[in-house]
Design a protein around this ligand. Structure first.
Ligand code: IMP
Length: 172
């Protein structure tokens, strides 16, 4: 049911070199408090962090929103951070910004914890009006509205391990 490969492994890895350079340049020697949103961001996060020269601390949180190929709109925090983010320069890692609801919920949650800064790195952002206000400082690729799998992105927990991103077409 893979319609076509949208982003090859080589294209992703080449873009990540650039994204990592942009991150290092912006933080300029400051410690980065990287936060991965489980589970989809793990592949993107590890590939980017391995390229950084900055000092990095890593933490994770987990939310649940999707069922099958559609967002439930109801975002639940099912695993919180293990570390305090007060005064930290937090860099959130997201696999794909779709409706933007997940990031909005996390940004709201973090506000009360008084980080020094919060920025967003996303592998993908879907080109949709509803997520235009989500500030993604470090973006891999803008894509269309299609449902995609691979490189961390799942369909019912499968296909995360594909090294490329592909469009899912249930009619095939
Ligand atoms: P949002 O809250 O609608 O922005 O959705 C964010 C989350 O939904 C992502 O972290 C993914 O886990 C999931 N998601 C959204 N679009 C896709 C997709 O095309 N493929 C796989 N997962 C997706």
């Amino acid at each position: 049911m893979i319609d076509r490969v949208l982003l090859s492994e080589e294209r992703i890895q080449t873009r990540l070199d650039e994204v990592a350079r942009e991150i290092d340049a912006l933080y300029a020697g400051r410690e980065i408090h990287a936060v991965g949103i489980l589970k989809g961001s793990v592949f993107f996060l590890t590939d980017v962090l391995k390229r950084l020269r900055s000092t990095v601390v890593v933490d994770f949180l987990q939310v649940r929103s999707y069922s099958g190929t559609s967002s439930s709109g109801n975002i639940q925090l099912i695993r919180d951070l293990s570390m305090d983010i007060q005064g930290k320069d937090v860099l959130l890692f997201e696999d794909v910004v779709d409706t933007g609801l997940t990031l909005r919920k996390i940004l709201d949650l973090f506000e009360s914890r008084k980080p020094r800064s919060v920025r967003i790195a996303a592998l993908l952002k879907k080109d949709l009006p509803e997520n235009r206000d989500i500030p993604v400082e470090f973006l891999g690729f803008t894509i269309g509205p299609e449902f995609v799998i691979g490189y961390g992105l799942d369909l019912d927990e499968k296909y995360r391990n594909l090294p490329y991103v592909a469009i899912w077409d249930p009619s095939r």
